[in-house]
Design a protein around this ligand. Structure first.
Ligand code: T3D
Length: 264
């Protein structure tokens, strides 16, 4: 693994880890980094040994969003079409994270700003070190929250807090984020690495296929009517009920032993 790559990928023991790796620039995104992020997600989606994905940042930050050095306007240079960079570089990453048929954990080790914040919020479970923070930095440079921010924020924390975060761009501490329901859990800094590893090791042993159906059901429930959703639950339960992990889960319960799930 080359340590100077902007995206580090490690796959072992059913756990894939993507580390955003430009620590001197708080892991802000360059085009090369986003392309590598997308490629890594495609590799992980194809690797049937992977049962959980962990996304984290190197150094003191998680990710400070788009690298603004690449957005400096030189006289005479044509404007960059930000809609196009979203379409071609950011959106494939977001869509791949949501489509992965396994749980995706964002371990927010430090500041998560702009696209960095909203990519974290696209993940399925977001944990954060107590000293970490979340910033919708876009308004401070005349931009609109992107990477699903305007979709996710109001669903997670309600309209007022979404508006406050998006219009004021204030730093929200990890404990505040947890209290609001923006993230799953805050962990004291000293315990962060151990608790993060414990969480992903746990998920890597779970019924992955069942978890993938849960992920899809919850995502589809965001837009379905009640009737559509209970029909979907019926269909997914039918599928889950045919899985070998369901058979193993029931046997293990009745035999009073820990289950040995294979993920299928
Ligand atoms: O394609 C498109 O452009 C559209 C998509 C847009 C998506 C977006 O994400 S737009 C939003 C971009 N992000 C921001 O506006 C956040 C900018 N950064 C900050 O506001 C602050 O750095 C933080 C609040 C995140 C952290 O503050 P602090 O005081 O802890 O650290 P710092 O000193 O500001 O940053 C440390 C270094 O990282 C520093 O470099 P230096 O001076 O030591 O060489 C700083 O310039 C660099 N850095 C931080 N964020 C970025 C960055 N460099 C480039 N781009 C950044 N976004």
């Amino acid at each position: 693994m080359a340590v100077d790559m902007p995206i580090l990928v490690d796959i072992q023991g059913g756990i894939a880890t993507i580390t955003l790796n430009r620590p001197d620039k708080l892991n802000s995104f360059t085009s090369e980094m986003l392309a590598q992020f997308g490629t890594a997600l495609t590799t992980i989606a194809k690797d049937k040994s992977v049962r959980v994905l962990l996304i984290t940042g190197a150094g003191r930050g998680f990710c400070a969003g788009q690298d603004l050095n690449a957005r400096k306007r030189d006289d005479g240079a044509p404007d960059i079409d930000l809609g196009e960079t979203l379409d071609t570089l950011y959106h494939p990453v977001l869509r791949k994270i949501r489509a992965l048929e396994l749980p995706v954990v964002a371990a927010v080790n430090g500041v998560a700003a702009g696209a960095g914040c909203n990519i974290a919020l696209t993940c399925d479970v977001v944990i954060a070190a107590e000293s970490a923070s979340f910033i919708q930095a876009f308004c401070k440079i005349g931009l609109v929250p992107d990477c699903g921010g305007t979709w996710a924020l109001q669903r997670l924390v309600g309209r007022q807090r979404a508006m406050g975060m998006a219009l004021l761009g204030e730093k929200i501490s990890a404990p505040q984020a947890e209290q609001w329901g923006l993230i799953w859990k805050t962990i004291p800094d000293v315990d962060f690495a151990v608790e993060r590893d414990r969480l992903v090791e746990h998920l890597a042993q779970q019924p992955t296929y069942g978890l993938s159906l849960i992920k899809r059901a919850i995502d589809e429930g965001a837009t379905n009517s009640f009737d559509e959703q209970i029909d979907l639950e019926r269909d997914f339960q039918r599928l889950a009920g045919q899985s070998s992990d369901y058979a193993e889960g029931v046997s293990a319960f009745l035999e009073k032993r820990p289950p040995n799930f294979t993920g299928s």
